[in-house]
Design a binder for this molecule. Sequence first.
Ligand SMILES: [Zn+2]
Length: 109
Amino acid sequence: MQTKKQSFIEAITNTAVGFGISYASTFLIFPMVGMHTSAKTNFIITVYFTIISIIRSYVIRRWFNKKTKLVTYPNNEPFLLYCFECEIDMPVTEKDGYMSCSNCGLIHR
Ligand SMILES: [Zn+2]
């Protein structure tokens, strides 16, 4: 399971790499569809879609997080089970009477 810092670094890297690929792609796709733009215009369009993408990712991630509630003790401490896939004690989620690893999804039977 990732720490919050690792998740943040991954998100920044993902966004930076995505921005670079998208910006480079604008010089290919725009002329192909008959749009003749400047590098500055391509940059502004890429910034716009990058912001849209960040908002979309955030909303979808929060939505999925809300749907997967961790199993907790009455004191709200997460209930841990050893996961044979992750090879470490992991918090679990519960669905349809089965508990599964919150990281890899392995079902504990
Ligand atoms: Zn696991």
